[in-house]
Ligand binder design. Sequence first.
Ligand code: GDP
Ligand code: MG
Length: 675
Amino acid sequence: MEKLIPIINRLQDTLLSANIPNSISLPQIVVVGSQSSGKSSVLESIVGRDFLPRGSGIVTRCPLQLKLVRINEDEEYGVFSHVGDCKFTDFSLIRDEIINRTQELTGNGKGITTKPIDLTIYSPKVLDISLVDLPGIVKISVSGQSEVIAKQIREMIIEYIQNPNAIILAVSPANNDLANSDALHIAQMVDPRGERTLGVLTKIDIMDRGTDALSMLNGSVFPLRLGYVGIICRSQEDINNGMPMDIHSQLEDRFFKESPIYGRISDRLGVRYLRTRLNKLLMDHINNTIPEVKKNIMDLLQAVESELESYGQIINEKEEKSAFLLTIIQKVVKSYQDNIAGKNLKNVTEELLGGARINYIFHSIFKNMISSINPLDEVSDQDIRTAIMNSSGLRGSLFVPETAFEVLIKQQIPRLKDPSLRCMSLVYEELKQIIYKLDIPELERFSNLKEKVSEVINNLLSRCLEPTGHMISDIVEVEMGYINSKHPQFIGGTNAILELQNVIKSPSQDMLIDKKPVTPVPARRDETPPPSSSFWPFSRSQTRPQRELKFEDLENERQDNSGPPMRIRANMNPTQEESQQTELIKILIKSYYNIVKTNVSDLVPKTIMGFLVNKSREELQRELVKELYKDNLYDVLLEEGGNIGPRREKCIKIGKGLRKAIDILNEVREYRISD
Ligand code: GDP
Ligand code: MG
């Protein structure tokens, strides 16, 4: 692992120092084999430290999940997850703790458990990998072991080795028949193509005299794609005698080199070579994951770069600041105008924005508010009759008085004012919202500027609000000021009578006043309709005027009758004529009210557009320049918000780290090619 360690470590250090989560996950190495085949010994050899309990019988009775973590300190120590922060610097104490913990987890008998012991070894000499030591495969349970133990162990092993990211070290003792190797059989179950199973032959030193491991090593007994590595670990006697691992390693070397049988292939034997093989497997794995890792790093780099861009350049010079501020002001104005014009296509699907919202307010909300007003809602028939009587005075009315109609319609027109002012408020609120929708990164960067821009816009809007409100009130006022009975769209008296006659002929439900049958007003078929210019042709005694009647007629008649008009309430039971007059007035009110509604629906949006929307749009630039473009304000306005500075720094640092990581990844590739 010597070659790999520096590269991977550099990569990980680089990522770590730039605060980037380590995206290179190395595979877990799982050691499997039958009981006492030498699994724990193999694991120790790989780590290069003496810390695992070993011996005959079932020693490993729970999974040991061993994590190796490289540190830059010289000290080497272990930490157990079940013990807490305690550092075990004495490796023999680590072994004792494993024995204790195994007993705690399994009891004093010979039972096993799937509950793992978690041990992390920190050392400057290791690569960040994780290894798993497992109980050995047993065929028959010995006394003190539960009957199902063999099955339990197999299930536990399979659970670990079926992870496709696991490298299986299938340990078989060379002094047993390889064809019967439990390790190889179980590995074959989860890795039938042998892509991640490395055979390890232990105990080559204690084979029967006259036998050797050559045929096993070259794969002719049990072929394995990744092949076999033969090794010699310390015997129980060596352990008992306290033989250090490095001395044993030298003895192992010498054994293979000087052996007449293994001498030829000694460079592919031994613990050192096993480490090289594992190194290569890890390297292959890393190489396979590099494109993915690289892509992730590239994506991250891109995100960091665009974030950095959003924070903008650092500006120091006064002239720079002045020009910069002007650019931002222009951006704000353009964005405000675009928002109103509906050009802001960002989030176009999410919600209506700016101009589209205003349109919606005019054409949907306001229109509905206006059209839902029923002009007759607040006038009862009796009110109408009272108005007729009050307007016609004592003498009794010969004609349905125009004054009654005017009085009644004038009562109804002001009802249009509230919805009109409400429409204005809605648009005003909408314009105020635009400030939050301006997509200008500089405003996020300079919070004082954003606050000030928002203040200027709000002030401008509220200044425009007053004249808009006045104009709207005036529009309603103007409608009340003069009732234009000659309006081309107004039904007029004559047509109203015709309509009334038609209704009486085929009375609809709402025309059946007091549910009393109404005698139809006779109308002759050959009659041509009376001229529409006459407004009030309807009289008590005539169904149709003998001549064209004018307002003056009414005036004259009123003058004939001396004495002040009396205000009286109409009687509860109207005569047929009174009912008809009432209906007639209703028709006239409805018709005229529609005209007023049309006028108001047309003029109010125009007023709001002209006095509020367009005005604010036109004046924004001037206002912003007037309020913001001042020498003494540059520094305050262009002061970066609280965390922009640190965030920019962080981005720069991460960006550097990511670029370096990409370089290192490229190096791994080159190293692999030249390997
Ligand atoms: P495990 O049960 O598979 O974990 O096996 P251990 O690692 O505990 O080893 C079982 C016994 O075999 C121990 O006493 C080891 O010292 C011994 N042993 C392991 N490998 C070798 C080897 O290569 N040569 C010799 N002579 N003894 C070994
Ligand atoms: Mg063991």
